[in-house]
Write a protein that binds this ligand. Structure first.
Ligand code: ATP
Ligand code: FE2
Length: 330
């Protein structure tokens, strides 16, 4: 069974083709780099509208198959930016209808976790999914992926990007901040974990205030990273203890950060848990994860009626039944 997946929840357009053995036949993507400011939902939608029709034939060519070889069309149904999601869903419907193929919409966050498991061989990890739009600690329990902790306001990637933009470091902020942080010393910034959730907006304001007060940019970058990552690692650690799992997986675009990786790996090893991270190109948003999750979902539940393919802007990770994980193995 061969599935083509379309991703476009935020500013990256992705098209992937995967077979039911988990072989990646094609992976095409195109990232939108906003000229200034954050991502504008309408601009992101226009980007997808331009690129989806270009990336689909490229993916078919890369996979060296014909359109008739496709058995399923999968798309990211949510969570994400409304206008962007609508373009993705409409494209998927048009493709499915014109080829007379079945269609399925899937949850973007679960896609990150499942493609990570496919790539790394992790079986049942506690996952830290960190990107520009999402920050969640996810683990399987009682038939679903549960959110053990999440951001109460902005995502960690968004926090780093906003800091980058406000201080003139450019967009995306993450990679630049990582570089500058290497030479920094610690200054005190607010550490906010409430219950199992974390918050980054107060931390962002405090870091910006330090910068305005003339603190060394390298020190602010270092302290911003150390504080934010310690919060993420603490909540992941508590989820690990609670669930008694023995695997930890890092995914999402912020996985590119080697300091975060190091901190999470150290914590995992202290708990005797194995640390995993998918190949970087599978960490960020991509069409492959949508195609793979489409195959997993379709095998269990069959394809969707067109009437059910509407977008779900606030699609929660824990709304989806996950029957393919063995309940008896934690
Ligand atoms: P999603 O739709 O899942 O929210 P996204 O659109 O934010 O994804 P990703 O590619 O998953 O896209 O993540 C991009 C984020 O990763 C940006 O916020 C960027 O600053 C951050 N990032 C990239 N490299 C680094 C790095 N080295 N350190 C920290 N953050 C990084
Ligand atoms: Fe994502």
């Amino acid at each position: 069974v061969i599935c083509l997946g379309i991703e476009g929840t935020a500013e990256k357009t992705g098209v992937g083709i995967v077979d039911s053995d988990g072989n990646i036949l094609a992976m095409q993507g195109c990232q939108l780099y906003p000229e200034k400011g954050g991502i504008h939902p309408r601009i992101a939608a226009e980007h997808h509208a331009e690129w989806i029709p270009k990336l689909i034939p490229k993916a078919i060519e890369e996979a060296a198959i014909n359109y008739s070889d496709l058995d399923l069309i999968s798309f990211s149904q949510g969570p994400g930016l409304g206008p962007a999601l609508r373009i993705v869903a409409t494209s998927a419907r048009s493709l499915a209808l014109s080829l007379n193929k079945p269609i399925i919409g899937v949850n973007h966050c679960i896609g990150h976790v499942e493609v990570g498991k496919l790539d790394t061989g992790a079986v049942n990890p506690v996952s830290l999914y960190v990107s520009g739009g999402n920050s969640q600690v996810i683990a399987y329990e009682s038939g679903r992926y549960r959110i053990f902790g999440e951001t109460l306001d902005i995502a960690i990637g968004n926090c780093l990007d906003q800091f980058g933009r406000e201080t003139g470091l450019g967009h995306p902020g993450g990679p630049v901040i990582e570089k500058l942080a290497k030479k920094g010393n610690y200054i005190d910034l607010p550490y906010v974990v409430k219950g199992m959730d974390f918050s980054f907006s107060g931390l962002l304001s405090a870091a910006l205030r330090q910068h305005q007060k003339g603190a060394d940019i390298e020190d602010v970058c270092f302290s911003l990273q150390e504080t934010a990552f310690a919060m993420l690692v603490e909540v992941t650690e508590r989820a690990l203890s609670h669930t008694q799992k023995d695997e930890v997986m890092l995914c999402g675009g912020v996985s590119a950060n080697s300091r975060l990786r190091e901190m999470l790996k150290t914590m995992s090893e202290e708990h005797g848990a194995k640390f995993y991270m998918p190949e970087m190109k599978l960490c960020g948003d991509n069409g492959v994860m949508i195609a793979w999750l489409g195959l997993l979902m379709c095998k269990e539940f069959g394809p969707m009626d067109l009437a059910d393919t509407g977008i779900i802007q606030r699609f929660r990770t824990d709304e989806v039944d996950i029957p393919w994980i063995d309940n008896t193995k934690n």
